[in-house]
Design a protein around this ligand. Structure first.
Ligand code: RFL
Ligand code: PHB
Length: 393
C-alpha cells in the first residue's frame, strides 16, 4: 500500500474540487485531488453555462481569467417570455451588474490545464474511494489506483464529490438532516452547431411548457425543453425537438435557426440542502452539499462561492486563525438558502405544472400574472437582477 501525507485531501475533480486545490496552491497549501472518473470524462461533461460576476472575479483573481476574457460572452440581461411576448430585463441598466456566458466545461478545461502546468497531484480513475477517521485530526482517504491500494492522511478532507459522492454519505445519519424538494418536470438539453438566434438568454413559459435558449459560443447554441421526468430521450427525434423549440420560443418577427444536434440528454430537477457542510475534519463544497434546479443558473456559481469561503478559512487556519474556518458551514448555508429560494422561484415561475389547465387553471393564470408583473415592475426586475447576477459571498 502506498501512503502519502498532505494538508487537504480533496475528493472529486469537478469544478469545486479543482478550484479549491488551485486556490490552496496559490496560497502555498498543498492538497491532493482524488477523482473516480477519467480526465477525459471530466473534461467532456457538459453542464452549466452562466457565470455570475463574482465567479468571474474569483476565477480572474486566481489567474484563470484569460480565456473567460477572450471567449466568454458578457450579457447585460436576459429575456423573459410568456403568452407570446418577449421582454428584456437589463441587469446592467437596473443594478450595474452583468453575467458571463462561459461553459462549465471551459472552466474545467482551464483548471485542468493550470494544474497540469503546475504539476499538481490529481488521481483520476480512483476505485473504491472511502474516507475514514473523520472525527479525528488525522482523517484518511483510501482508494485503488492502477491496481494498487493507496492511502492519504491529511489535516482535512473536503467532499467536492457531487450529489452522488461518498463524503456526505460518510456523515452518520444521526448527525445530518437532508432537506429536499423535487419537481414534476425535467429538462431535455441539446447542443447544436448553429449560431445563437439571440443575443441574450431567453427563458420562455409556453402553454406546452418551459423552453430556453442559451449558447456556448458564436457558433454553438444550447437549448432546453421542459419534459416529463419519466420521458425517454428515444422519443425525441431531432425534428420533434426543433418543432417543440420553435413552438415554445417563437414570437412574431423572430427566427430560431436550426442546426445539427451534437448532444442531447435529460436532467431531472431537484432542490436539496444538507443541514451541515462541516463535520469535524470534513467539509462539503458544491453539489456534495446542495443541489438547485438549473433555472436560476446557480449550481456552478454556488460551488465557486463555497470554495472561495472554504479556501479563505483554510488559509487563515494555516496562518494561525480558526475563526473563518469555524464559520464556513453556517456562512455557506446562509448564502445557499438564499440561492435555493431564488432557484425555486425561477423554476416555479417558468414551468407548467402537469395537468394545470385541466385541474388547476387558476395556478397557471396566476403564474402568467406573476411574469406580467415581473416584466413591468422595476422593483421586481431589480429583485430578479440582484439575485440572478449573484448574492454577495
Ligand atoms: P460535480 O461537477 O458533480 O463534480 C463532482 C466530481 O466528483 C466526482 N466523484 C467522485 N470522485 C471520487 N470518488 C467518488 N466516490 C466520487 N463521486 C463523484 C465526480 O466524477 C465529479 O468529477 O460537482 P461540483 O464540482 O460541486 O460542481 C457543481 C456543478 O457541476 C453543478 O452545480 C452545475 O453544473 C449545475 N448547473 C448549472 N450551474 C450554474 O451555476 N449555472 C448553470 O447555468 C447551470 N446549468 C447545471 C446546469 C447542471 C446541469 N446538469 C446536467 C446537472 C445545467 C444542467 C443541465
Ligand atoms: C446553460 O447555458 O446551460 C444554462 C444557462 C442558464 C440556465 C441553465 C443552463 O439557467
Amino acid at each position: 500500500m502506498s501512503h502519502e501525507t498532505t494538508r487537504v485531501a480533496i475528493i472529486g475533480a469537478g469544478p469545486a474540487g479543482l478550484l479549491l486545490s488551485w486556490a490552496l496552491r496559490d496560497s502555498g497549501i498543498d492538497s491532493i485531488v482524488v477523482e473516480n472518473r477519467s480526465q477525459d470524462y471530466v473534461l467532456a461533461r457538459i453542464r452549466a453555462g452562466v457565470l455570475e460576476q463574482g465567479s468571474v472575479e474569483t476565477l480572474t483573481r486566481l489567474g484563470l481569467g484569460a480565456r473567460i476574457r477572450s471567449e466568454g460572452m458578457v450579457h447585460n440581461g436576459i429575456y423573459l417570455q410568456a403568452a407570446g411576448e418577449r421582454h428584456n430585463v437589463n441587469f446592467h441598466d437596473l443594478i450595474g451588474r452583468t453575467v458571463t456566458v462561459y461553459g462549465q466545461q471551459e472552466v474545467v478545461k482551464d483548471l485542468v490545464a493550470a494544474h497540469s502546468d503546475a504539476g499538481s497531484t490529481i488521481y483520476y480513475e480512483a476505485a473504491d474511494v472511502a474516507v475514514h477517521d473523520l472525527e479525528s485530526a488525522r482523517p484518511r482517504v483510501t482508494f485503488g489506483h492502477a491496481g494498487e491500494p493507496h492511502e492519504i492522511t491529511a489535516d482535512f478532507i473536503v467532499g467536492a464529490d457531487g450529489f452522488h459522492g461518498v463524503c456526505r454519505a460518510s456523515i452518520p445519519d444521526r448527525d445530518i438532516t437532508l432537506y429536499a424538494h423535487s419537481y414534476p418536470f425535467a429538462w431535455l438539453g441539446i447542443l447544436a452547431d448553429v449560431a445563437p438566434s439571440t443575443d441574450e438568454l431567453i427563458y420562455s413559459l409556453h402553454d406546452d411548457g418551459f423552453a430556453m435558449h442559451s449558447m456556448r459560443s458564436h457558433t454553438v447554441s444550447r437549448l432546453y425543453l421542459q419534459v416529463d421526468p419519466a420521458e425517454d430521450i428515444a422519443n425525441w427525434s431531432d425534428d420533434r425537438i426543433w418543432d417543440a423549440l420553435q413552438t415554445r420560443l417563437g414570437v412574431p418577427g423572430w427566427t430560431l435557426h436550426e442546426g445539427t444536434i451534437t448532444e442531447k440528454s435529460i436532467t431531472p430537477m431537484r432542490s436539496f440542502v444538507a443541514s451541515r457542510l462541516d463535520y469535524h475534519s470534513l467539509f462539503l463544497v458544491g453539489d456534495a452539499g446542495h443541489i438547485v434546479p438549473p433555472t436560476g443558473a446557480k449550481g456552478l456559481n454556488s460551488a465557486i462561492s463555497d470554495v472561495t469561503m472554504l479556501a479563505a478559512g483554510l488559509i487563515d487556519h494555516y496562518a494561525g486563525d480558526d475563526a473563518t474556518l469555524g464559520r464556513y458551514g453556517e456562512a455557506a448555508l446562509a448564502r445557499q438558502w438564499k440561492v435555493q429560494q431564488f432557484s425555486q422561484w425561477m423554476t416555479e415561475l417558468l414551468h407548467r405544472h402537469p395537468g394545470d389547465l385541466q385541474s388547476n387553471e387558476f395556478d397557471y393564470r396566476s403564474q402568467l400574472g406573476r411574469i406580467d408583473y415581473v416584466t413591468h415592475s422595476l422593483h421586481a426586475q431589480r429583485m430578479l437582477a440582484e439575485q440572478y447576477t449573484g448574492f454577495p459571498l
